[in-house]
Design a protein around this ligand. Structure first.
Ligand SMILES: [Zn+2]
Length: 145
C-alpha cells in the first residue's frame, strides 16, 4: 500500500457541501457562527439553506475536522494533530483568538474522578476565557507607561 493518507483517523470529506463549509472555516481568522458561514457561502451558492450548513458541520465535527466552541456558539478548524485527543480551548475575550491545546491528562483525571462517582462522561468540553499573551502584553505596556 503506497497510497498516502494524511491521517488514518480522519476519513475523506464526503460531500461538496462539507468541503465548501470546511474551506470557509479553514480560511477564517477565528471561530465562525453558522450564520457567518452561511453568509460567506451565499455569493457562490445563493440558494444555500441553513440545514445544509448544519448538516455539513455535523459531519465535519463527527470526523474531527471542525470543533464547536460551545460558549461562543461558533465553529473552528480542528488543530492539525488533534484527532483522538481531548482538548481545551483558550479563548481571548479581547481579540477573540481561540487556541486549541491537548488536554488528555487533565481530561483523563476528570473523567476518572467523575467515573468513581458513577458519572459517565461522553463528550468533554473545556473552554477557558481570558486574555491571550499578546493582548495581556498590550494592557501591561499601557498600564506601566
Ligand atoms: Zn487576545
Amino acid at each position: 500500500m503506497s497510497r498516502k493518507t494524511p491521517d488514518p483517523m480522519v476519513p475523506p470529506v464526503e460531500s461538496e457541501n462539507d468541503r465548501m463549509v470546511l474551506d470557509v472555516i479553514r480560511t477564517a481568522n477565528g471561530p465562525l457562527a453558522a450564520y457567518d458561514i452561511l453568509e460567506r457561502l451565499r455569493p457562490s451558492r445563493p440558494k444555500i439553506a441553513p440545514p445544509t450548513v448544519y448538516r455539513a458541520l455535523e459531519h465535519l465535527i463527527r470526523d474531527g475536522r471542525v470543533r464547536r466552541i460551545e460558549s461562543l456558539n461558533a465553529y473552528l478548524s480542528a488543530g492539525q494533530d488533534s484527532a483522538g485527543h481531548s482538548v481545551v480551548f483558550a479563548i481571548c475575550d479581547d481579540c477573540g483568538r481561540v487556541q486549541e491545546r491537548h488536554a488528555d491528562a487533565a481530561v483523563g483525571r476528570l473523567t476518572k474522578a467523575l467515573s468513581v462517582e458513577g458519572f459517565k462522561p461522553t463528550r468533554p468540553v473545556i473552554e477557558m476565557h481570558g486574555r491571550c499573551g499578546d493582548c495581556d502584553g498590550l494592557h501591561a505596556a499601557g498600564g506601566k507607561a
